[in-house]
Design a protein around this ligand. Structure first.
Ligand SMILES: Cc1cc2nc3c(=O)[nH]c(=O)nc-3n(C[C@H](O)[C@H](O)[C@H](O)COP(=O)(O)OP(=O)(O)OC[C@H]3O[C@@H](n4cnc5c(N)ncnc54)[C@H](O)[C@@H]3O)c2cc1C
Length: 402
């Protein structure tokens, strides 16, 4: 199928189900989008795709933006499912049931979360301690996960556990899909600086996972986890979709509308800083588009870390600049900061900037810290010598842990 046929197919979808029609059209619209192969055009036919090059997905997005007012952002519908789960389920899931799993993920009927981090295993993920022991056709899991975004509303979790403690840490891991409603899964909220509990701790007490829910083979968990993380970094590091959109638009709006007493010198310095941030945000956006266009397969490499680290640092700098434009008012406590589950978005730029100043502290931690991204860039992209890893070949059970 060529580009103009793909455009035609997307326009036909908009005629079939109108996303602007009364009532919430998300599930019927995205269900039809999946059935027409327009969810992930690079996926095989029947699984939400058409077997085309990934870069052609932008053609679908373009037509959807042009053809209707309502646009369902993947990252708002099911960020972890679509951002990282889909590619992993496609590559490592069993054929049986795959279509329904991917369809419900794309429509957002089933939300996914990522159960990787543990209290003593974040950057050093391969050191994780959650144990999975085989019992007949099931695996029995015990352990604790932490910082699990969306666990409280998820149907499925992407989970890595230790199936063989006698092997070195990277080799004894396996990867599972966990039914979050299974007996023994306990989800408790963790509150962030914003007052929200966007994430949770998850306790696993004798939780049974059927063997058929293992993604990949026993002992392949690290390989599947790396594929997941590469996709996560691409999902987090894309930049705004429109020129001058996203965080930089909020900064410009505040700069134009917030009255402030500044000396001419202060004004000139602030203008300079905003212009520099605008250029950086635009470079990030263009680099994101270029990286997507250069991809001709579903396999993502370490270069996703470039976008992730740039997005984190530029994003934080923009929200800090918003706070400086607002002045001391940026730090005034607003109504709405009571403890709650879920995340906030406000159409009011002033409130949005105050909230995001706090939320943006997480940009350089979530999905791998900026220090770890720089290590990956140094070692895997630039080919610099690796940092010493003394426990790499030692059986996991012999490694001293805190
Ligand atoms: C908002 C948010 C959402 C999250 N959602 C999820 C989720 O859904 N699922 C999930 O599994 N996890 C999630 N996380 C966890 C996140 O992946 C970890 O916090 C992150 O990987 C860092 O791990 P850590 O917190 O254990 O810090 P640590 O690994 O203990 O790191 C502490 C500090 O040491 C530095 N450091 C560690 N090792 C090195 C090294 N080798 N070289 C240089 N510096 C190093 C780090 O950069 C950091 O500054 C989330 C985190 C946040 C903030």
């Amino acid at each position: 199928m060529n580009e103009s046929e793909l455009r035609e197919r997307t326009r036909a979808l908009l005629k079939e189900v109108n996303p602007d029609a009364k009532g919430d059209q998300r599930i019927p619209f995205r269900g039809a989008q999946f059935d027409r192969g327009l969810a992930w055009v690079s996926f095989p036919e029947g699984l939400g795709g058409l077997g085309l090059a990934p870069k052609l997905q932008t053609v679908v997005q373009d037509e959807l933006h042009k053809g209707a007012k309502t646009y369902y952002e993947d990252m708002l519908v099911n960020p972890i499912g679509i951002g990282m789960g889909a590619a992993v389920v496609l590559a490592y899931g069993r054929e049986e049931g795959k279509r329904e799993l991917l369809r419900r993920m794309f429509t957002g009927e089933e939300i996914w979360c990522q159960l990787f981090s543990e209290p003593s295993a974040g950057s050093d993920l391969a050191g994780l301690a959650t144990r999975a022991v085989r019992d007949g056709d099931d695996w029995v899991l015990n352990g604790q996960k932490t910082w699990t975004t969306l666990a409280h509303i998820s149907k499925w979790g992407l989970l890595v556990a230790r199936t063989n403690p006698d092997l070195p840490k990277h080799d004894g891991l396996s990867y599972f899909m966990l039914d979050m409603q299974a007996p023994g899964v306990e989800v408790r909220p963790l509150y962030q600086i914003t007052g929200e509990a966007e994430f949770n701790e998850v306790f696993l007490n004798d939780v049974r996972i059927p063997q058929k829910h293992m993604l990949g083979e026993e002992g392949q968990g690290w390989k599947v986890a790396i594929a997941t993380l590469m996709n996560e970094r691409v999902a987090l590091g894309g930049g705004a979709s429109k020129k001058g959109g996203g965080p930089i638009a909020v900064l410009l709006e505040l700069f134009e509308n917030v009255e402030a007493k500044r000396s001419p010198a202060e004004e000139a310095l602030l203008r300079d800083r905003i212009a520099k941030l605008y250029i950086e945000a635009e470079l990030l956006r263009l680099t994101g588009i270029r990286a997507k266009a250069a991809r001709d397969s579903n396999v993502v490499g370490p270069e996703g870390s470039v976008g992730k680290v740039a997005q984190a640092e530029i994003g934080k700098a923009i929200w800090e600049c918003c706070a400086d434009v607002l002045g001391p008012d940026a730090l005034v406590y607003e109504h709405g900061y009571e403890l709650r589950q879920g995340s906030t978005s406000s159409p009011n730029s002033r409130l949005h900037a105050k909230y995001t100043l706090l939320r943006s502290r997480a940009y350089s931690i979530e999905g791998g810290t900026s220090e770890i991204m720089r290590n990956i860039l140094g070692e895997r992209v630039l080919g610099l010598p690796g940092e010493p890893r003394v426990d790499k070949d030692v059986p996991w059970k012999e490694i001293r842990r805190s």
